[in-house]
Design a protein around this ligand. Structure first.
Ligand SMILES: NC(=O)c1ccc[n+]([C@@H]2O[C@H](COP(=O)([O-])OP(=O)(O)OC[C@H]3O[C@@H](n4cnc5c(N)ncnc54)[C@H](OP(=O)(O)O)[C@@H]3O)[C@@H](O)[C@H]2O)c1
Length: 293
C-alpha cells in the first residue's frame, strides 16, 4: 500500500506521519519546499512517474483571515492544486483523500449540517475550500472528501495551544461565546484515514466509501466552552476565568459561521465509525502537551 502524502508540517500531516508505522502502509510525504501549491504544475511534476495506491492531500491554505486579501493564492492552493492532483489520480488509478471545512456553510441553519445541505461560504477561505472539494469530486471518481471542523492537536498553530499560551502569559481570556461547532482531534482524523487507506485504495468507482462526508469528534461547544475545557484539563482548579464575548466585539477580516456544526451520521453509518467525544480527545492532547512542557 503506497501512500503519497502532500504536507508534512500541518496538524493532520504530522499525525498521519506519526501513526503510519502502526499500519501496513508506506508513506512518501512531500513538503511545501518540494511542492508549492501556489504553482499547480508542481503537483503534476511530483506525481508524475510515481504509482501511489492512495494520494492524501493534507496541505492547504488555512490562514482564514489572510485569505481575504490573498484570494488568488487561496484558490490556487485550496482549489487548483487539489484539482490537478485529483485529475492525475484518476489517470493513474490512485484513490484520493482530501479535507474540507465547516466554513463552506454560513452557519445559519440552526441544526447540524448534512452533506446534502447547500453550502454558502462567508469567506474567501470557505469559497476556496468549497471550490476545491467540488473540483476534486468532479475530477476523481475515487475521492473521499472529509469536511472537518475546529482541528486541534499537540502540534502546530491551533486554539488549544493559543489558550494555554495566553493563560501562561497571564493575559485576560476573552473568548467568543456565540460561535458553535465540533472540535476535532487531528490524531483521530489521521487515524481514521489510515484505518481506511487499504479499503479506499482497493475500492472500485461507485463504492459508497467515496464521496463527501463530515468528520468531527462528538459533541458541540462554543469557543468559550472549548477554552474552559482546555484550561480545566491543563490547570484544574488553577484555571483562570474565561470571559465570554460576542463575535461583534472582536471583528475579524473573515466572517465565520455562527453554527457550522457538522452532522456525521453519514460517515458513522457508511464507515461504521463512531467519533469519540471531543472532551476525551482533548484530554489526550493536553496530556501530551504537559509531558512535552
Ligand atoms: N485547522 C482547522 O481548524 C481546520 C478546520 C476545518 C478544516 N481544516 C482542513 O483540514 C486540512 C488539514 O488542516 P491542518 O489543520 O492540518 O492545517 P495546517 O496545520 O494549517 O497545515 C497546513 C499545511 O499545508 C501546508 N501548506 C500551506 N500552504 C502551502 C503551499 N502553498 N504549498 C504546499 N503546502 C502548503 C503547510 O505547510 P507549511 O507548514 O510549510 O506552511 C502545512 O503543512 C486542511 O485541508 C484544512 O483546510 C482545518
Amino acid at each position: 500500500m503506497k501512500i503519497l502524502q502532500f504536507g508534512t508540517t500541518g496538524q493532520v500531516a504530522r499525525e498521519l506521519l506519526r501513526q503510519a508505522p502502526a499500519w501496513p502502509v508506506e508513506i512518501t510525504a512531500i513538503s511545501r519546499a518540494e511542492c508549492d501549491f501556489n504553482d499547480a504544475q508542481q503537483v503534476a511534476r511530483v506525481i508524475s512517474g510515481r504509482k501511489p495506491d492512495l494520494i492524501v492531500n493534507a496541505a492547504a491554505y488555512t490562514a482564514v483571515d489572510q485569505a481575504e486579501t490573498d484570494v488568488a493564492s487561496a484558490f490556487e492552493v485550496n482549489a487548483q492544486s487539489p484539482a490537478c492532483m485529483a485529475g492525475l489520480c484518476g489517470a493513474d488509478g490512485a484513490a484520493m483523500v482530501h479535507f474540507s471545512t465547516d466554513y463552506v456553510f454560513d452557519g445559519g441553519k440552526g441544526t447540524p449540517y448534512l452533506e446534502t445541505d447547500r453550502p454558502e461560504p462567508l469567506s474567501v477561505y470557505g469559497r476556496s475550500k468549497l471550490s476545491g472539494e467540488q473540483l476534486v469530486l468532479a475530477a476523481c471518481p475515487r475521492a473521499l472528501v472529509l469536511r472537518t471542523s475546529w482541528v486541534v492537536s499537540a502540534h502546530g498553530r491551533n486554539f488549544v495551544k493559543t489558550m494555554l499560551r495566553l493563560a501562561a502569559e497571564g493575559q485576560p481570556l476573552r473568548v467568543v461565546d456565540d460561535q458553535f461547532g465540533r472540535p476535532t482531534s487531528a490524531a483521530d482524523l489521521a487515524g481514521f484515514v489510515l484505518a481506511n487507506a487499504e479499503r479506499l485504495a482497493g475500492a472500485p468507482v461507485g463504492d459508497p466509501h467515496f464521496g463527501l462526508f463530515h468528520f468531527a469528534n462528538a459533541g458541540e461547544t462554543s469557543w468559550k466552552g472549548f477554552a474552559e475545557a482546555v484550561l480545566e484539563d491543563a490547570l484544574g482548579a488553577a484555571a483562570p476565568k474565561v470571559v465570554g464575548i460576542q463575535t461583534a466585539e472582536r471583528p475579524s477580516p473573515a466572517k465565520r459561521p455562527a453554527r457550522g456544526t457538522l452532522d456525521t451520521t453519514k460517515l458513522e453509518q457508511t464507515f461504521r465509525y463512531r467519533p469519540r467525544p471531543w472532551r476525551e480527545a482533548l484530554a489526550e492532547i493536553v496530556a501530551e502537551l504537559n509531558v512535552a512542557a
